[in-house]
Design a protein around this ligand. Structure first.
Ligand code: SAM
Ligand code: SF4
Length: 475
């Protein structure tokens, strides 16, 4: 169907930034194959879901959505499941949602054009078979018969990447929606095998892109007018250039600094860092290169060394705090954010108290906290999930309340200071503009003159909330 722009697709994305960026590549790939993206399921011939399986709730959301849209199968639409649920569940998805035609795991996107062609060819063949069946039925019945469309897809195409793959999903067809800031994947997969996590099973083993290809993509983005780049990976700190040449960029810190030095690039962010591999050289790079944002997301998961051991995180509380001390000694104040899991099997009140005390000790600028969710294939699935859901919910609430107090104090201290923000949006109802600081804080502001989207402007902070700042454009 290549070149036939009458073929339309709708794509919905669940999950993390990696998935959001994968979707940008999937959109680019489909458009290069002659498809046209549409805004609603109703308009689409092909409906795709890029899925997340990090927690059970995320996975349920995908199946609920597929159920909601089952009715459209009768209109001849085709459904495809992409991403981590596709990789994890594979062909079982066809049993659970028989109206699905395509299952493409996160490690198989390179084969997407081939899978689409197969889908179109089989589609044509099955339409012919259906037509022939109908004609026989009409002949046999000797009267007119109407086709009763079932909800079972006649076409089933599966693409499941192998965990051992060396392939990265690099494509020249990335369809970025934001014209000012964009993602670049530098490393795919994960070799850490934290005991609770599905990622090593869904995204395969770690594989870094060459620094040449990352830098070429970054330069190309700068030429197109992008000023902010976010380097992506499940564990960016274990980046290693697979084609290191003498004088080439080898480590993550070297690559980070090189991206920050590209003319036209004003901000570089990165996510996610793993404390075990987080080196002091990253702080040195932030100190040396002004375009590297003063924000580090360093997931800790728990403040208790006993729990960190059970989670197989490969560091203890003291080692985590050592990295925090490096950041606090940096030339610029670095904003620190983290992820936490409450209610991991065996977490006692005293382990949880250590997590709360870590909040006080570090003073995070944001915490993304989750109730432990047992996941298929992971080592911790064999542990008894003994902490009842109500208790997990209570701990989550206590943690977030404590963190809210910390953030309230931390955000307040910006009042009276001037922050540079990139203008990113407009809230008509409130008459405000939205921007983001280098610290990755949302700053909503009023302006006497209309600021230009994507521009960097100074804003004086006049108020604060636990999750955002308020201000006025400095003219
Ligand atoms: N690679 C990153 C790291 O090591 O922190 C993040 C990966 S994961 C997409 C994002 C967060 O989801 C993790 O940091 C963790 O807090 C949370 N998470 C992962 N598996 C989980 C599970 N089984 N139950 C609850 N939260 C989980
Ligand atoms: Fe999952 Fe751990 Fe890898 Fe992060 S480092 S993706 S939590 S296994």
């Amino acid at each position: 169907m290549s070149g036939d722009s009458s073929k339309t697709f709708y794509l919905e994305t669940f999950g993390c930034q990696m998935n959001v960026h994968d979707s940008e590549k999937v959109v680019g790939t489909l458009v290069s194959e002659g498809y046209r993206q549409v805004e609603t399921v109703e308009e689409a011939d092909l409906v795709l879901y890029n899925t997340c399986s990090i927690r059970d709730k995320a996975e349920q959301k995908v199946f609920n959505r597929l159920n909601d849209y089952k009715k459209y199968q009768k209109q001849g639409k085709k459904f495809g499941v992409l991403g981590c649920v596709a990789q994890q569940e594979g062909e079982k998805i066809f049993e659970r949602a028989p109206w699905v035609s395509l299952v493409a795991g996160s490690a198989s996107y390179r084969n997407l054009p081939g899978m689409l062609k197969q889908l179109e060819e089989v589609e044509v063949e099955s339409a012919q078979v259906e037509k022939a069946r109908l004609e026989i039925a009409i002949l046999e019945a000797g009267k007119s018969a109407s086709r009763k469309p079932g909800v079972e897809s006649l076409v089933r195409i599966t693409g499941l990447g192998d965990r051992e793959t060396d392939e990265c999903f690099e494509t020249e067809f990335t369809a970025r929606t934001n014209p000012h800031r964009g993602y670049i994947t530098i490393i795919e997969g994960c070799d850490k095998f934290c005991s609770y996590c599905v990622v090593p099973y869904t995204r395969g083993k770690e594989r870094s892109r060459t620094s040449d290809s990352v830098l070429a993509e970054a330069r190309q983005m700068a030429d197109l007018g992008y000023t902010e780049i976010q380097l992506l990976g499940q564990n960016v700190n274990s980046y290693k250039d697979p084609a290191r040449k003498p004088g080439g960029k080898k480590s993550f810190a070297e690559l980070l600094a090189a991206v920050g030095d590209i003319p036209g690039i004003r901000r570089v962010r990165f996510t996610t860092s793993h404390p075990r591999d987080f080196g002091r050289d990253i702080i040195d790079a932030i100190d040396a290169v002004p375009t590297l944002c003063d924000h580090v997301h360093l997931p800790v998961q728990s403040g208790s060394t006993r729990m960190l051991d059970a989670m197989q995180r490969l560091y203890n509380r003291e080692q985590y705090l050592e990295r925090i001390a490096w950041m606090k000694a940096a030339k610029r104040e670095i904003s620190i954010t983290t992820d936490m899991i409450v209610g991991f099997p065996g977490e006692t009140e005293s382990d949880f108290a250590e997590t709360l005390s870590l909040l006080d000790e570090v003073g995070f600028d944001a915490v993304f906290a989750f109730k432990y969710s047992p996941r298929p294939n992971t080592p911790s699935i064999s542990l008894e999930d003994a902490i009842p859901d109500e208790e997990k919910a209570r701990r989550l609430e206590v943690l977030m309340a404590r963190q809210r107090e910390i953030q309230t104090r931390r955000y307040k201290k910006y009042i009276g200071t001037t922050c540079e923000v990139m203008v990113e949006g407009r809230n008509e109802a409130r008459g405000q503009w939205m921007g983001r600081t280098s610290h990755n804080k949302t700053l909503n502001f009023t302006a006497a003159t209309t600021p230009t989207m994507g521009r960097y402007v100074p804003v004086i902070v006049t108020g604060s909330f636990p999750n955002s700042l308020l201000g006025e454009l400095v003219v």
